[in-house]
Ligand binder design. Structure first.
Ligand code: GLV
Length: 317
């Protein structure tokens, strides 16, 4: 795409990991001409800041940037951004880049295979040097349901199909993905859950989805179903999970996200052999992929072309 001429001073302010900030200070100006990149809190002349890239923008930052024009989330999720503080005319862009998608697909595949092959039990047996083999069943008999069929959920579903799992997906509106049975809307949720042995949550966190992994959903899953949460900790009602496990209805869970992060050392999840905890590592924005994605949108913006990954503020993702 040809670059539109830019005569005015343009700065992108990065708020977040200073290492990534330094890497973007080198990478972005090579991809976008006439762009200065600054790392918070060293903002320089605030009047030149047109772009903000942040995960969790501090309170008051939007009011301090009078000429801000585009906000980029450095992650796929935008739940850390207080939309009420971002002027309505400023588009908020979520991160979509291949490295992040690949990470999430790898993690979901790992988690589904770990549950499918009974790995949590083997991890526990290993602690006692217990050699007890269980029979494995084919993937074709284990139904996986992906809750959230956007870019990330769609990529997960497509990959699981290649491993011969029967895969279905649920989303607000119907999606067409080869080999994946699509369920759409709240009315279809019970039917989707009834056919799901491993439920993978990759929903965005919104007021509609907060606490969605709760008693009602667990009860609608078949006996012995398991949960993978790579959405947000606030999707999960932690007490409801433990009680569904104690009842024997839900078997196991792989949780990459928790309500409180880091998960406090005293939390019950740490020592529960039915639960595998990882520290929010499923997908992270790669330096190069993130820079390319931001650069592409800045070029589009300068050329007055539609931006990609624009968040629908009403939907919240
Ligand atoms: C990670 O959780 C992200 O939103 O990218």
């Amino acid at each position: 795409m040809p670059d539109a001429d830019v005569e005015r001073a343009e700065t992108l302010l990065h708020i977040g990991d200073p290492i990534r900030g330094r890497q973007w200070q080198t990478a972005l100006p090579d991809l976008v001409p006439n762009l200065d990149v600054r790392q918070w809190p060293d903002i320089g002349d605030s009047a030149t800041i047109r772009y903000l890239a942040a995960w969790n923008p501090p309170e008051g930052v939007f009011a301090a940037l009078p000429n801000l024009e585009v906000v980029f989330s450095v992650g796929a999720g935008v739940d850390h951004i207080d939309f009420a503080a971002v002027p309505k005319f400023i588009p908020v862009i979520r991160m979509t880049e291949p490295g992040l998608t690949q990470g999430v697909v790898e993690y979901a595949t790992f988690a589904v295979l770990a549950l499918h092959r009974g790995m949590l039990r083997y991890f526990d047996l290993q602690r006692n040097a217990d050699w007890i083999a269980a029979e494995a069943v084919p993937t074709s008999t284990r139904r996986v349901g992906v809750l959230g069929l956007g870019i990330l959920g769609g990529a997960i579903a497509r990959h699981l199909v290649t491993l011969s799992f029967p895969v279905s997906g649920w989303s607000r509106s119907a999606r067409q993905i080869d080999g994946v049975t699509s369920f759409a809307g709240s009315a279809a949720l019970p039917a989707f859950l009834a056919e799901t042995d491993i439920l993978v949550c990759i929903l965005p966190l919104t007021s509609d989805t907060r606490g969605i992994l709760g008693a009602e959903i667990f009860a609608a899953l078949p006996q012995g179903a398991s949960i993978v949460n790579i959405g947000r900790g606030d999707h999960l009602d932690e007490e409801a999970l433990l009680s569904a496990m104690d009842d024997g209805h839900i078997a196991e869970a792989v949780l990459d996200v928790t309500r409180q992060e880091p998960l406090p050392p005293s939390h019950r999840f740490w020592n529960d052999p039915r639960i595998l905890i990882t520290p929010h590592i499923a997908g992270t924005t790669s330096v190069a992929g993130g820079a390319t994605a931001i650069a592409e949108n800045i070029r589009r913006y300068r050329s007055k072309m539609p931006l990609t990954g624009v968040v629908d503020r009403l939907a919240g993702y």
